[in-house]
Design a binder for this molecule. Structure first.
Ligand code: HEC
Length: 477
């Protein structure tokens, strides 16, 4: 058994930790707090208020305590960041306690470490650089007095949005965070900073046919409607909707969004919209919206950290999510139930894509690997990439013929005929067509339905287009 550290040891450890971490963490928090003054956008006219999902009967003592833990503690006491050996995001973790043993004495709030640390002069003092209000510390005490009842629904709910003001981006920040071919491949939408450019993909050099300002902050995600007549653009706490004929706004969706809309997915019928809503280190949430009715159907926490990518299977049955918590997940689109978790990346999962020919999916991670998974068994069929550079984005052509990846060093490759890895030579795993190298940090990717034309966006605002057959770079305007 581990000996509980003495107060002295704890003090020393705490001081060391503060030197290392508290300053940057506090700085980040302070920046967040400074950006005050409410800027929660008003709902656009014509956007219906969603019908509320009926809540189960809740214990108010538990609700308040859960909200305090969720808002003030879990960022540092969660899987992947277990400060003091203590996890506060689950009932199991709470009951287990931390490095110095149990933190709760049920029925005795006053004598519980979890309450002591909140008080002025607490050692360690929690949260490290902040004093909770008397009301909050009393609420935690009352909750422990009442036997610390758990409420998973409140713990898993998105955190309360903090008011922020968005500043206009400096002109230099024109990064292409996302770009997307229209479903028929005739148009290419490019998000450059807060603007959208529609390019004509039927003409040589992909000339810009329309360009319009969407928002001051960077556009994080794009999605076309099946008919190619409208575009969704994801930003901070909002999804805006645009006509691609004239670049006019057709509405804004803001309901219950708490962070950056890092990815969007629309069902092939255009009926259901999934929104990935990310708060770094705090959770990646999914919102499922019945788009025709403008009605929020459900919100849930999909990952413990940001969701970087979404993918729908060709038959619309599955939705996959790529998480900064190193996991990829697959959800049943009919029931919203979690169907599988793909565990194996040793760093953030940046992209995910479904194969339409075989029951497989691919993921790419900041650990410099593309993994191809058996969708059902969750075993790794193949590992692709040179392991030297991060493949920042992947996509699988709709027809299943090609899996494409582009890297932070300007390289790209088209994989076809991907075989199950047999332990023999890696080169046997797939046929590889390299793309002409460019001097750029590639971070976004899209391909036409047959995978024959590939477009990628770079951090410096440039875009590149290749033909998949020979990997040749095409001239662009
Ligand atoms: C900014 C990060 C951060 C936040 C936020 C935070 N903690 Fe901590 N917590 C730590 C660190 C670091 C330690 C280890 C400190 C030490 O051992 O001296 C710790 C230790 C603890 C311990 C002691 C665990 C043990 O067994 O020794 C408790 C209890 C605790 N935290 C509760 C909380 C509660 C309750 C909250 C929210 C009100 C909270 N923490 C918020 C970083 C944080």
């Amino acid at each position: 058994m581990r000996r509980a550290p003495s107060i002295q040891e704890r003090r020393g450890k705490r001081a060391a930790w503060l030197r290392q971490h508290a300053a940057p963490a506090a700085l980040a928090l302070a920046t967040l707090m400074q950006q005050t003054a409410a800027q929660t956008p008003a709902p656009a006219p014509g956007v219906a208020t969603p019908t509320a999902v009926p809540a189960a009967v809740q214990n108010p003592v538990a609700v308040v305590a859960m909200e305090i833990l969720r808002e003030e503690c879990v960022a540092c006491h969660r899987p992947g960041k277990v400060k003091g050996g203590l996890k506060l995001g689950t009932e199991e973790g709470l009951k287990k306690g931390g490095e110095s043993g149990p933190v709760l004495k049920l029925g005795h709030g006053q004598e519980s470490l979890l309450h002591e640390v909140l008080l002025k002069g607490g050692d360690p003092h929690m949260p490290p650089k902040k004093q909770l209000s008397q009301q909050q510390t009393d609420a935690i005490k009352a909750w422990i007095d009442a036997g610390a009842p758990w409420d998973a629904a409140v713990m898993e709910a998105p955190p309360k949005p903090r008011p922020v003001t968005l500043r206009k981006m400096p002109k230099s920040v024109e990064s292409v965070l996302t770009l997307a071919f229209s479903p028929d491949g005739s148009q290419l939408a490019v998000a450059r900073g807060g603007r959208i450019e529609i390019r004509d993909a039927k003409q040589e050099r992909y000339p810009v046919s329309l360009s319009f300002e969407v928002q001051p902050e960077a556009i994080q995600s794009l999605g076309w409607t099946p008919d190619g007549a409208h575009l969704f653009a994801g930003g901070f706490r909002k999804v805006s909707f645009w006509s691609t004929k004239d670049g006019l706004s057709e509405g804004v969706w803001t309901t219950d969004l708490v962070g950056q809309v890092t990815a969007l997915a629309l069902s092939s019928t255009g009926e259901t919209l999934w929104i990935a809503d990310s708060l770094a280190s705090r959770g990646g949430f999914l919102h499922k919206v019945a788009w025709q009715q403008r009605q929020l159907l459900k919100t849930w926490k999909a990952h413990e950290d940001s969701v970087y990518a979404l993918a729908l299977s060709a038959d619309g049955r599955w939705l996959a999510t790529a998480g900064a918590d190193r996991l990829a997940r697959r959800w049943d689109t009919a029931t919203d139930a979690l169907s599988a978790t793909y565990e194996g990346h040793t760093n953030q999962v940046l992209g995910v894509a479904f194969d339409s020919l075989t029951p497989r999916l691919a993921t790419t991670g900041a650990d410099r690997e593309i993994k191809v998974w058996d969708r059902e068994s969750r075993e790794q069929d193949a590992v692709l990439g040179d392991k030297k550079q991060v493949v920042s984005a992947i996509c699988w052509s709709k027809d299943g013929s090609r899996l494409i990846g582009v890297t932070e060093r300007g390289n790209g490759a088209v994989y076809s005929a991907i075989q199950k890895h047999t332990g023999e030579q890696r080169s046997d795993t797939a046929k590889v067509q390299k793309l002409d190298k460019v001097e750029a940090f590639l971070q976004s990717l899209s391909a036409t339905a047959d995978g024959s034309v590939i477009a990628a966006g770079a951090t410096d605002g440039r875009i590149f287009v290749w033909k998949a057959a020979d990997g040749k770079l095409q001239p662009t305007e």
